[in-house]
Design a binder for this molecule. Structure first.
Ligand code: SAM
Length: 277
């Protein structure tokens, strides 16, 4: 099947499909974009791929060609007929019609045998961050994540210290993954056309995480440090042992008057480890 705008539109019209804004439904209608995502993902026949939101299956059908198995989660049951039609020859695809955020993914993937677990998707924009956080917190050991997201959200994911977009999520993600942009994507490759531009970002799991004495303390320190973005570390970290915090900051030419946006994941780790002693 050729995923031209014409074909896709025709099929969705024939099936009387109504796009639902509440589910963030902007389907990719450009085969080049889909091919680029597939190529960059470097999936092989030993890989299990999770796709959140297959939509009308444009990406799914290509994932099925390259992966060992594809496990999809789709909230919109009105896509059932379209998906079974488009994917009728893909025996290695399973679709769970449910809200991904409510699933026990560890249980869902138990029956699969694979070497690596990847997530490849054009994510529904209204829950992009909760999906990424769930993928990390569920401990399902995702080796690589390749996702299309709203440009400004993607920029926060990959932001570095000192940049406008750097926030607690950037630090949190950077602890687990190397995050980089793969490409910019124009609004014109979607149906319906969204108001904002998108980017494709790639997350590669770090082979070795920084050693952290007390992870709970580390993540709380990050959250608290960014609690009020305009405030200094001194003001955001009331209740912490500020002498210890200052000692580490000074080592890196920072001070209690610095803002969290200037502090890297490594420095946060050092502070948390010193606080844990
Ligand atoms: N993959 C398709 C494509 O690229 O053409 C569709 C992508 S569209 C941006 C997002 C998809 O996620 C839609 O099919 C939508 O119904 C689905 N979706 C939205 N919320 C979801 C949720 N909580 N769980 C699972 N799927 C969801």
């Amino acid at each position: 099947m050729n995923y031209s705008f014409k074909n896709m539109k025709l099929m969705l019209e024939q099936k009387r499909f109504v796009f639902k804004k509440k589910y963030g439904q902007n389907f990719i209608i450009d085969e080049n974009i889909i091919n680029a995502i597939i190529n960059k993902s470097a999936i092989d026949k030993e890989t299990l791929v999770i796709e959140i939101g297959p939509g009308s299956g444009a990406l799914t059908i290509k994932l099925a060609e390259t992966a060992k198995n594809v496990l999809c989660y789709e909230i919109d049951t009105s896509l059932r007929e379209i998906l079974s039609d488009v994917l009728k020859d893909c025996k290695n695809v399973e679709i769970i019609y449910d809200d991904f955020l409510k699933r026990n993914v560890l249980l869902d993937i138990k029956k699969y045998k694979y070497n690596s677990l990847y997530v490849v998707a054009n994510l529904p924009y209204y829950i992009t961050t909760p999906i990424i956080v769930k993928l990390i917190e569920d401990n399902i050991d995702v080796k690589k994540i390749v996702v299309m997201v709203q440009k400004e959200v993607g920029n926060r994911f990959r932001a570095k210290p000192g940049s406008r977009d750097y926030n607690s999520l950037s630090v949190f993600l950077n602890y687990f993954y190397d995050v980089k942009k793969i490409m910019d994507v124009s609004k014109n490759v979607f149906m319906p056309k969204p108001n904002v531009d998108s980017i494709v970002v790639e997350f590669n799991k770090k082979e070795k995480n920084l050693s952290i004495k007390n992870k709970e303390l580390f993540f709380k320190l990050i959250r608290d440090s960014f609690r009020q973005k305009r405030k200094t570390i001194k003001n955001n970290l009331k209740g912490y042992d500020l002498e210890k915090v200052e000692k580490i900051l000074k080592k890196h030419n920072l001070s209690l008057s610095s803002r969290a946006e200037r502090i890297s994941t490594e420095i946060f780790a050092e502070i948390a480890n010193y606080l844990a002693i």
